[in-house]
Design a protein around this ligand. Structure first.
Ligand code: AMP
Ligand code: ZN
Length: 442
C-alpha cells in the first residue's frame, strides 16, 4: 500500500518542478523572517530572486549544528512564538540541547510523512501499534504517535523500556506493529525466547527500527528469531524527527526520502561539493515546507549514499542507504546522541577532575554501555593521604564517582559508568588527533 500515491509515485520531472517552486518560496521566506539567513545571504550577495529553482540550491548557505547552538533556544524560529505549537530537543554538542519548533502545519506535515512510513513498512490501518520510542523532548515517541494515528493504527503509547511490560502488551493487546531502536528489538526478541514464549503465538510482524545505526546482520537475526519484517526508519530532530525516510518492505533496500518536503544532497564533507549517486558522502537536507524552523542545507553529519534507480515498490522518491558513519565524533548510545564535548562540559572544571578523559563504549548483550574514565587531579590523591592509592571502595572515590554520574546523567540523559584514573593516565595528544573515544561495539 502506498499512502500518498500522487506524491510518492510522482514522475521525477514533476517532483523537481514542485521542489523548485517550494525552494523559491523558501528563499523568500527565510530571507524575510530569519535574521541569520538574511545576514548570510546578504554577505554572499545573494537575493531570494537569485534562487530560480533547485539548480540554484548550491548558492544557498549551509546550516550547521553550531548555528542552532548560537541561536539557542528560539533564534532560528521563523514565526512568532504564539504560532509555535510544540518544541522538541535533541542533544547538542555541549550541555545545551538543540531546540526545534513546529507550527500546527508542521505537525500535520510530520504526521503525513510518518503515515507514509507506516505504509512503506507494511503496516495496515486498523492494526495495533506499540510505540516503544521514548516520549518527551525526543522526537521519536510523539512523531511516530501522530503518524500512526494519521495512518489509522491503534496506538499503544508505552514509550521505551520495561521489557516485561512490553512483552505482556505484545501478547495481550495482539500488537501487529512495533517501533523501537534496533538494539532494543533484539533485546526484546531474546527476552521473548528466554521466557519460553513461542514467537508464532504473537501477532507482531512489522518492526520499524531507527534512531541509531544498525546492520543487515541485525535485521536477519531479528527476522529469524521472531518471524517478522524489520525495516529501517531515519530522521533527525533538526529536519522534523522520524519520518524523513523509511525503507519499503517490498525491496528492503534503502530508505525512500520524502523528497517533496526534504530536498536532499549528498556532499563530500571536506569540500562541500556533491558526490555521484551511489558514492558515500554527508547527507544534507533543505526543509521545503517547514514553517516554524525551516533550515537551508543542513549538514547532518550522517554519511550514506543515494540511489535514484526505480524501485520495485513503485515509489519514485530517491532512496538513501543505511547510515554508514558520522563526519564528527557523535556517538549514539541506546538511541541517544552523545558528543564527547558534552562529557567535557559536564565534568571538566569540577573540583578534583583534570581536563583529561576517555570514553569507552561497549555492548552488553544487545544494549550499549558507556564508561567515562576521567583523570583526577594530583590534589585528590594527596587529600586521601600521602602515598595512598585510592581504590573503588574508598568513600572519597565513591563520592566523586557518584557526583560525576549525576552530572553526566543531567547532561546526557543516560547512565554512564564512571572510573577514576590516576593523574597522567588518560590519553594525551601526541601531536596528532587525540583519540579519546574507544567504541568497542561490534
Ligand atoms: P535525533 O535528532 O536525536 O533524533 O538524532 C538524529 C540522529 O540519529 C541522526 O542524525 C542519525 O545520526 C541518527 N539516526 C536516526 N535514525 C537512524 C537510522 N535509522 N540509522 C542510523 N542512524 C540513525
Ligand atoms: Zn521502494
Amino acid at each position: 500500500m502506498i499512502w500518498n500515491p500522487e506524491i510518492e509515485t510522482m514522475p521525477c520531472l514533476a517532483l523537481e518542478k514542485l521542489q523548485s517552486e517550494r525552494l523559491q518560496k523558501l528563499a523568500d521566506y527565510v530571507y524575510a523572517r530569519v535574521p541569520m539567513y538574511r545576514q548570510r545571504m546578504d554577505a554572499a550577495g545573494l537575493k531570494p530572486s537569485d534562487i530560480g529553482g533547485i539548480h540554484d540550491l548550491h548558492k544557498l548557505p549551509f546550516t550547521k549544528k553550531i548555528d542552532l547552538r548560537d541561536n539557542y533556544p528560539f533564534g532560528l524560529f521563523a514565526v512568532p512564538m504564539d504560532q509555535v505549537t510544540r518544541v522538541h530537543a535533541s542533544s547538542g554538542t555541549t550541555g545545551k540541547p538543540t531546540v526545534v519548533g513546529y507550527t500546527q502545519n508542521d505537525i500535520e506535515m510530520w504526521a503525513e510523512v510518518c503515515a507514509r512510513c507506516f505504509a512503506m513498512s507494511g503496516a495496515k490501518p486498523g492494526e495495533m501499534f506499540q510505540n516503544a520510542y521514548g516520549y518527551g523532548l525526543f522526537t521519536g515517541g510523539l512523531g511516530m504517535h501522530y503518524g500512526a494515528e494519521r495512518f489509522g493504527c491503534t496506538v499503544i503509547p508505552i514509550s521505551g523500556g520495561n521489557t516485561a511490560r512490553q512483552i505482556m502488551l505484545l501478547q495481550d493487546f495482539q500488537t501487529a506493529v512495533m517501533a523501537c531502536t534496533p538494539s532494543y528489538a533484539l533485546t526484546l526478541a531474546d527476552e521473548i525466547l528466554r521466557a519460553g514464549i513461542d514467537p508464532k503465538s504473537l501477532k507482531v510482524r512489522t518492526f520499524i527500527l531507527g534512531a541509531e545505526p544498525w546492520t543487515e546482520e541485525m535485521r536477519t537475526e531479528l527476522e529469524a528469531k521472531l518471524g517478522t519484517h524489520a525495516v529501517n526508519i531515519y530522521g533527525l530532530s533538526e529536519i522534523i524527527g522520524p519520518g524523513v525516510s523509511n525503507e519499503c518492505v517490498e525491496a528492503k533496500a534503502g530508505m525512500h526520502i520524502a523528497e517533496d518536503h526534504f530536498l536532499t544532497e549528498i556532499l563530500n564533507p571536506a569540500t562541500g561539493e556533491p558526490v555521484a549517486d551511489g558514492e558515500v558522502g554527508e547527507i544534507v537536507f533543505t526543509t521545503l515546507t517547514k514553517e516554524a524552523m525551516p533550515l537551508l542545507r543542513y549538514r547532518t553529519g550522517d554519511l550514506c549514499s543515494l540511489n535514484r534507480e526505480k524501485c520495485i515498490c513503485g515509489r519514485t522518491h530517491a532512496r538513501m542507504s543505511r547510515i554508514l558513519g558520522r563526519t564528527d565524533d557523535m556517538l549514539i548510545i541506546r538511541g541517544v546522541n552523545v558528543f564527547p564535548s558534552q562529557v567535557e562540559a559536564a565534568l571538566v572544571g569540577q573540583t578534583h577532575f583534570a581536563p583529561h578523559y576517555a570514553l569507552v563504549v561497549t555492548r552488553e548483550g544487545h544494549l550499549d554501555a558507556i564508561e567515562v574514565q576521567i583523570e583526577v587531579q594530583d590534589g585528590f590523591y594527596r587529600e586521601l593521604g600521602e602515598g595512598r592509592f585510592a581504590d573503588a571502595n574508598d568513600d572519597a572515590v565513591r563520592h566523586l564517582c557518584a557526583r560525576a554520574r549525576k552530572a553526566l546523567h543531567e547532561v546526557l540523559g543516560i547512565n554512564a559508568e564512571v572510573t577514576l584514573l590516576a593523574p597522567g593516565k588518560a590519553p594525551r595528544s601526541e601531536g596528532g588527533k587525540l583519540k579519546r573515544v574507544f567504541d568497542r561495539r561490534k
